[in-house]
Design a binder for this molecule. Structure first.
Ligand code: ZN
Length: 338
């Protein structure tokens, strides 16, 4: 549950932005062809994923992967995750998705940040999974996304977009970094846990994993080395419409928009603003630059969010590819920034 992540209903948000944005942003949801968007065939993915404009070469990222995420491959990960079923902490589905993620990280330096969280309905095991890809520059770029689903929800809930898409995108990014020595900063991929509330979203009943990890990184000195914390959440929506998240660090938020623009994907970004509570907040609070790449406009008026309608058919490989490519380009831009 993240009903309090957004302070106003999206409709109200739309009323706060200029008329042009209303036309472009809110009405877009009412277009029948887009509202019933389906998974496109694989052949369409490559065409859509191809950058419209080639990014300028960076000075020192020759071994870094180019923005060319395979959306079909990422979608396959979502399918396998959704097949597990509901994945709230403490559930069999959660244990399965943990093993699933770890099984895809063979040969990678992986750290598990396990602890027990006290929630309003008792104690639950939480496990942030961190995959580390070393770079030559001193510093770390973190890309994070949650892998848990809501608790409790009907068994039919699969969280294809909310939990599934972020888990899958990070796996697709791991495929890009595996076996490469990065010339730039190290990249750490973090599958965060306990993002969702157990009862009702509040400051205390939410973000269990990242609150723990931020505190740990503050104590052990890791936080000072993190140049950017890039969060992805609900980025598989076929109607991809990433909001400009207003809690995010301004320079990093602008850098993400620049990354999207470099690749010709800017029409999917920042048509309207929203303040959203998400896993980036604990890191912002300890001074780490952080940005939330999120589409909390999932179905007309966000109707699919946290419902059994959050299913595979609402997602597209293109959206996963676009989101992944923008993350890779953002990493390049952070590395190029001095
Ligand atoms: Zn959620």
């Amino acid at each position: 549950m993240k009903p309090r992540r957004i302070p106003l209903p999206l409709l109200a948000l739309c009323l706060l932005v200029p008329v042009a944005a209303i036309t472009l942003g809110c009405n877009k949801q009412q277009t029948p062809s887009e509202a019933s968007a389906e998974v496109k065939p694989a052949a369409a993915t490559n065409a859509m994923a191809a950058p419209a404009a080639s990014p300028a070469p960076a000075n020192s990222t020759s071994t870094a992967p180019k923005p060319d995420i395979n959306g079909t491959h990422a979608m396959q990960y979502v399918k396998e995750i959704v097949a597990i079923g509901s994945r709230p902490p403490g559930s069999p589905g959660h244990a399965k998705v943990e093993q699933y993620i770890l099984s895809k990280l063979k040969g990678v330096d992986v750290e598990q940040d396990k602890f027990t969280a006290q929630t309003p309905i008792g104690k639950f095991p939480i496990n942030n999974i961190i995959a580390k890809f070393p770079g030559r520059k001193d510093g770390i770029i973190v890309v994070a996304g949650h892998y848990d689903t809501n608790y409790p929800l009907p068994k039919a809930y699969v969280g294809a977009n909310d939990g599934g898409s972020s888990t899958a995108l990070l796996l697709a990014l791991a495929d890009q970094f595996r076996g490469k020595e990065l010339d730039g900063y190290s990249v750490w991929l973090v599958w965060t846990d306990g993002e969702e509330a157990f009862v009702k979203w509040t400051d205390s009943d939410s973000l269990y994993g990242t609150k723990h990890l931020a505190q740990k990184w503050q104590q052990d000195g890791t936080a000072k080395k993190v140049k950017a914390f890039i969060l992805v959440d609900m980025i598989g929506d076929a109607d991809l419409d990433i909001q400009e998240e207003t809690n995010s660090t301004p320079w990093l938020s602008e850098l993400v928009y620049q990354a999207a623009t470099n690749l010709g994907y800017q029409s999917h970004f920042y048509q309207f603003k929203a303040g959203i509570e998400d896993d980036h907040l604990p890191f912002l609070r300890i001074g780490v630059p952080a940005v939330d790449i999120i589409d909390l406009d999932y179905g007309y008026n966000n109707v699919f969010h946290h419902t059994v309608q959050d299913t595979l058919d609402k997602l597209s490989p293109q959206s996963l590819a676009i989101s992944g490519d923008v993350v890779l380009e953002a990493i390049r831009l952070v590395n190029a920034r001095q």
